[in-house]
Ligand binder design. Structure first.
Ligand SMILES: Nc1ncnc2c1ncn2[C@@H]1O[C@H](COP(=O)(O)OP(=O)(O)OP(=O)(O)O)[C@@H](O)[C@H]1O
Ligand SMILES: [Mg+2]
Length: 241
């Protein structure tokens, strides 16, 4: 995906300000930056939830900005949310089945949906909880369900908004391991917004630091963590979780 001079305004506020960068196919791109820097807004414009006020976004050579969100899903672009969004009244497996019905593959027929659901439950470590009512799931499981439903759409590119927030150190390690596995097994391109900078650095090929809607730097994790501007504006104020 390529962004060219993308801006997004909310009234007088420029939440994204003239952003241009490429998401390389097959990479894990981390995104971090202060609260209100525009990270979620960026995910929203990259996944069709919001239209940019200016600029262009292309995916596999096709202009996508302005398409409805379901078209993004059909092109192989999926996302998860900062606060887990799942169907509480449904089982874990039925939540994942909703994903299997959309996306490029658009599984039709009960057997195809069931096979996809079983495959995704196995990859995400949910096989033992397939019949659990989602309302009884703890935070780690709710995050797994949301990720599994997104994976069931068979995305090529997936955007994750703070997937590690609220997890303890052990759970963070489990999820980071899961992302590495998804990347290796499925060849997915991953874009991960995260405040847990140490985990993000261990996961990412490159990190983009957003500040006030602009790109402060985009580089390999070691270089970003050493960058004095990043330390001054972002890392210095955090306890480097
Ligand atoms: N729908 C909206 N209407 C008005 N302002 C908005 C809207 N969405 C976001 N904003 C504003 O845009 C700016 C960027 O918000 P955004 O949610 O993208 O930040 P963020 O980097 O994801 O922050 P956080 O780390 O707290 O999740 C903020 O000033 C926010 O208040
Ligand atoms: Mg956010």
């Amino acid at each position: 995906m390529s962004l060219h001079q993308v801006s997004r305004r909310f009234g007088a506020l420029k939440a994204l300000d003239d952003l241009s960068f490429d998401i390389m196919s097959g990479e894990i791109l981390g995104i971090a930056g202060p609260n209100g820097a525009g990270k979620t807004t960026l995910l929203n414009v990259c996944t069709g939830a919001l239209t940019p006020s200016a600029g262009s976004i292309t995916f596999e050579g096709r202009a996508v900005a302005g398409l409805p969100a379901h078209r993004y899903c059909g092109l192989g672009i999926a996302r998860t949310f900062q606060i887990p969004q799942i169907f509480s009244s449904m089982s874990v497996a039925d939540n994942v089945a909703t994903g299997a019905l959309f996306g490029p593959a658009r599984h039709s027929g009960a057997a195809a949906v069931k096979a996809k659901v079983s495959e995704v439950l196995a990859i995400t470590g949910l096989a033992g909880e397939r019949d659990l009512p989602a309302s009884r799931a703890d935070l780690l499981t709710r995050k797994r369900i949301m990720l599994a439903a997104a994976l069931a759409t068979e995305p090529k590119l997936i955007f994750l908004d703070e997937p590690l927030s609220g997890l303890n150190a052990e759970e963070v390690d489990i999820f980071v391991g899961l992302f590495h596995r998804l990347h290796a097994l499925l060849g997915l391109t991953l874009v991960v917004v995260e405040h847990k900078v140490r985990a993000l650095a261990s996961l990412s090929d490159r990190i983009l630091i957003l500040n006030a809607g602009s790109s402060l730097c985009l580089d390999r994790p070691e270089a970003v963590l050493r960058d004095q501007r990043v330390i001054d504006i972002y890392l210095g104020a955090r306890n480097f979780a």
